[in-house]
Design a protein. Structure first.
Length: 278
């Protein structure tokens, strides 16, 4: 590959990433999420997945931090840019509250604390046609989380991501009540299957392994102005004319006036519902 071709490839890749144009529509993007949420009316079930190997031989468990906070009355997960050395407005609120020394402020600061999540790339055996998907789940400090159920399988059975001798995992799901009496899906157990190839079709297996889609192509990273508004207790909406996020109050004040901006649902591209056992 020559210099021109290399620069062109880099430019096109970064342009797609910056513009969020990796998917033709929201439906295609949603296919790239793997979730364990049970359908309404179903109290238990199973899902089977295969963890995809990492090409550089590293860990398949990517660590990332997200804030879980209410925006427009809904709990959402917002990526914390602090991990990339960027400004984090929500962390600034947390630090300001902690600095007052007031006990009630310290308690309030917990709402702005970013939490550690793991993200892994998987094949959903029930929907293989969707290709690789990403599964995000929370770190559990008590050692009772999903990672704590998967690690013993690695420890006892070796590299379960191996494309030839790896193992599928069967997740047993059940509906349970959180402390605030809301229902959420719990993974009661994770059972490993017998060793098997990633796919009986060698070309298909290589296509999955070499797939270049990353978790950041799927899970949205909101810009600084969005996080700033949330930190200030405002609801961000997209301004089509200005091509940026503005506060909902500002957008509503211009409707019918000089501006013809139509505010969009600020959560239109939000991640699908996940377990939130607060």
């Amino acid at each position: 590959m020559g210099t021109f071709e290399a620069v062109q490839e880099q430019y096109e890749k970064n342009k797609k990433a910056a513009g969020g144009n990796r998917f033709a529509n929201q439906e295609e993007r949603m296919k790239k999420y793997f979730t364990t949420v049970l359908p309404k009316g179903i109290s238990s079930g199973e899902k089977r997945i295969r963890l995809l190997p990492v090409k550089d031989g590293g860990t398949p468990f990517v660590e990332a931090y997200f804030h879980e906070i209410q925006v427009d009355g809904k709990y959402v997960k917002l990526y914390d840019p602090k991990g990339e050395g960027k400004r984090s407005p929500l962390n600034e609120v947390k630090e300001s509250l902690e600095a007052t020394g007031v006990e009630s402020d310290k308690e309030l600061a917990k709402n702005y604390r970013a939490k550690k999540f793991y993200i892994i790339k998987v094949i959903d055996r029930d929907h293989e046609a969707d290709g690789p998907k990403f599964w995000r789940f929370k770190h559990n400090a008590k050692g009772e989380g999903i990672m704590d159920k998967i690690w013993p399988i690695f420890k006892n059975k070796g590299d379960i991501t191996d494309p030839e001798k790896g193992r599928d995992l069967t997740l047993s799901l059940s509906l349970t009540l959180s402390n605030n009496k809301k229902e959420y899906t719990q993974i009661s157990s994770i059972i490993h299957e017998d060793p098997s190839p990633l796919s009986a079709n060698a070309e298909q297996a290589q296509a999955w392994i070499n797939d270049e889609l990353t978790w950041s192509d799927v899970y949205s990273k909101k810009p600084e102005e969005y996080l700033e508004m949330v930190a200030n207790g405002e609801t961000p909406v997209w301004d089509k004319e200005a091509k940026k996020f503005v506060s909902q109050a500002q957008a509503e004040s211009t409707v019918g006036g000089a501006s013809t901006t139509v505010p969009e649902d600020s959560q239109a591209d939000n991640d699908p519902d996940e377990e939130l056992p607060f």
